[in-house]
Design a protein around this ligand. Structure first.
Ligand code: SAT
Ligand code: MN
Length: 616
């Protein structure tokens, strides 16, 4: 039975049903009883595998089709009337053509199936940040994941009232045919359509589709920002709290940074990190002139491989109950899950992510095809499971940001950390970000590509206009956060990571926050402010870069070094990117920053010491 009298919702559900022609329509009220029944049904049909109730209570494993394991950027479209509004950063389709094509594919595709209607909220219901969506889908997996990742149920419909507006999401699994897979966004109609996929970011329409692509468009028009950022809180020994938002491309460690456990001596002093979000931030201007952020999600859709009790204790702990695992391996000895990096010992009896028995003897770390879990296998875990979840997680007003951090995977050139001279320079740094690609999207991994603000695949409109929006936001906030760039991924000439990363990133965070309070020194360089090696606390740091080579202060000096020659090349590269990839609509402020970078680099003499970095 329909759970609302909102005529727009009823109309959307009716139209969707006419298109998909399901046998049955089920409204998701979000009750524990309904969710439990759906899990049972999914286990019966084989869509989910129930895991060991003692070791992993209420946890399930799901395997996708092998052709459906990551976001598909080349099949993701922004459908605006005017092609230029989607920008060169997006694949574009004419909205009329897109609706026609989607209708053709989806027509009758739900025959014999149930269509679920999921009312959900991105953000705490009742918060001025929150926005409501309705997703219809023929996949129980989608319902159950949405129920973890968003706030689902009748309260969302109540918040809409009789005629409130919402974001429409239509998902049909169809035959999971990769050639007919389309993820379409209609920002001018507040609509998303996804067909022929059943995986993560392609189908959990509240996440990348709504909370980033559609929301970035709304934010531009309404004066706020939707960003691909984690939000974390640092608690000082005296109890004071500071919040930071950080943008990194998918699978570059956002979840790890958001849930970081500080090194022992920080813990002993009383420092603590708390997680507000690990993937998405919605940011608004506060009356106090600061920027305030919320995490619109309600769970974590984290990358499983590499997660273990040392790399991310809090994430691992978050997956111990009420979690859905996707494309990890099944340990048949005890019906638990396994993935590369979970433990040093390999399980003896495993079914790999494709459903085949796995032979640990054939496992070769360097050959992804021998992996038991897919490199982009995921866990969907409720945020409330996280031992370090912030008390502000459910805050309606959000948290005030002291700093914004950009970062990517860069084997060379980019130092461990540097600070922008001002807001516009920070926007320039974000706009010029590049990173090596990961398994989170289909296509080659390890290729350096531009990914401005980590939003390349998620900006729902023209990237040049997005940069301009950032500049405008800076003009409107009287007390903006400081902007920084970090690079945890600098390598030596043999390709070894030079910085330990993980918990030790606290040492960099501390410098960043001290800079926000004018309590730390820095050196002005052609690219911005860089710490002196002595400004970063290395107490008890114990890291082996490679066998027999322990991290020492000289290594820190090396990864803080700015090579003006490399940066001149980088500047040329950025110019090429602006001109060839974004083309017009780049704000003058960013051209000015580029000019300054070039002039600054030309003005300094090339450092005498030759860098040993691997080229990237
Ligand atoms: O597949 S998702 O887009 O949800 C995850 C990611 O790529 O960050
Ligand atoms: Mn992400």
């Amino acid at each position: 039975m329909a759970l609302t009298k909102n005529s727009k919702v009823l109309e959307f559900v009716e139209e969707s049903a006419q298109l998909g022609q399901p046998d049955k329509i089920v409204w998701i009220d979000g009750s524990a009883k309904q969710i439990a029944a759906l899990k049972e049904e999914a286990v019966k049909s084989g869509e989910l595998i129930k895991l060991n109730e003692q070791l992993l209570p209420d946890c399930y494993l799901h395997r996708t089709k092998v052709n459906d394991v990551a976001r598909v950027e080349d099949r993701t479209f922004i459908c605006t009337k005017n092609r230029d509004d989607a920008g060169p950063n997006n694949y574009w389709m004419d909205p009329r053509q897109a609706y026609e094509l989607a209708n053709e594919i989806a027509r009758g595709s739900m025959k014999g199936r149930t269509m679920y209607v999921i009312p959900y909220s991105m953000g705490v219901v009742g918060s001025s940040f929150a926005k409501i969506g309705i997703e219809v889908t023929d996949s129980i997996y989608v319902v159950l994941n949405m129920n973890i990742m968003t706030r689902v149920g009748k309260q969302c419909l109540d918040a809409l009232g009789k005629d409130g507006d919402f974001i429409k999401g239509f998902h049909a699994k169809c035959n999971v045919d990769a050639d007919k897979r389309y993820i379409m966004h209609f920002p001018e109609d507040n609509t998303i359509i996804s067909v022929n996929s059943a995986y993560g970011g392609n189908v959990l329409l509240g996440k990348k589709c709504f909370a980033l692509r559609i929301a970035s468009y709304l934010g531009k028009n309404e004066g706020w920002m939707a960003e691909h950022m984690l939000i974390l809180g640092v608690t000082y020994p005296d109890g004071e709290k500071k919040y930071v938002a950080a943008a990194f491309p998918s699978a570059c460690g956002k979840t790890n940074l958001a849930m970081l456990i500080p090194p022992k001596h920080y813990l002993e002093k009383g420092y603590k990190i708390e997680t507000v979000g690990d993937d998405i931030a919605w940011i608004r201007r506060g009356e106090d002139g600061r920027l305030w952020a919320v995490n619109p999600e309600n769970g974590f859709f984290g990358v499983a491989p590499g997660t273990n009790e040392h790399s991310n204790y809090n994430a691992l702990k978050s997956t111990k109950r009420g979690t859905i695992f996707t494309n990890v391996a099944l340990n048949t000895d005890n019906m638990t899950v396994w993935w590369e990096g979970l433990s040093k010992e390999l399980p003896e009896h495993c079914i790999d992510w494709t459903g085949k028995p796995w032979d640990p003897a054939k496992f070769d770390k360097k050959d992804k095809s021998t992996c038991a879990a897919h490199p982009n296998s995921r866990f969907t875990a409720p945020a409330t499971n996280c031992p370090c979840v912030s008390p502000e997680f459910d805050s309606k007003r959000g948290v005030p940001l002291s700093a914004i951090i950009f970062g990517g995977r860069r084997a060379s050139t980019t130092p461990l950390v540097y600070e922008a001279r001002d807001w516009n320079h920070g926007v320039f740094i974000g706009s010029a970000m590049s990173s090596e690609t990961t398994a989170a999207a289909t296509g080659a991994t390890g290729v350096l590509r531009h990914d401005p603000m980590a939003m390349k695949p998620f900006t729902g409109y023209h990237m040049g206009d997005y940069f301009a929006h950032w500049i405008e936001m800076g003009e409107k906030v009287t007390n903006p956060p400081k902007i920084f760039n970090v690079n945890w991924f600098r390598c030596d000439k043999d390709g070894n990571f030079m910085w330990p990363g993980f918990g030790d990133n606290m040492r960099v965070l501390e410098w960043i926050l001290k800079r926000c309070e004018n309590k730390a020194d820095a050196v002005e360089t052609p690219i911005g402010f860089v710490p002196r090696a002595e400004d970063i606390d290395l107490t008890d740091l114990d890291y082996e870069i490679k066998k027999g080579k322990k991290f020492a202060i000289d290594d820190l000096k090396e990864i803080l070094e700015i090579d003006a020659d490399k940066w001149l090349k980088e500047a040329d590269e950025i110019e090429g990117y602006y001109k060839n990839s974004i083309k017009d609509r780049i704000p003058q402020e960013l051209w000015d920053c580029l000019e300054t970078l070039k002039n600054n680099c030309s003005a300094v003499k090339k450092p005498a010491k030759k860098s040993t970095d691997k080229n990237d």
